[in-house]
Design a protein around this ligand. Structure first.
Ligand SMILES: [Zn+2]
Length: 68
């Protein structure tokens, strides 16, 4: 299985979508929406904004390494 490094984040506030490249070494806890400037934080139980709002889970989760 190949790890997907690109994820489309959807802002829960305004619905704006943007493709972002995910870092393999660190998770993104905070993400600022390019449209409405809301600072997104992971939902409870998720390790990063990609797991909460992205189209694919973050690389460590995809590789079954668990939360980073
Ligand atoms: Zn937004």
């Amino acid at each position: 299985m190949k790890t997907v490094l690109k994820s489309i984040i959807t802002c829960p506030n305004c619905g704006f979508q943007k493709e972002e490249e995910m870092p393999t070494t660190a998770c993104h806890f905070f993400y600022e929406c390019n449209s409405c400037k809301t600072i997104l934080k992971p939902k409870e139980g998720d390790c990063c904004v990609f797991c909460s709002y992205g189209t694919v889970d973050c690389p460590p989760i995809q590789e079954n390494k668990g939360c980073c």
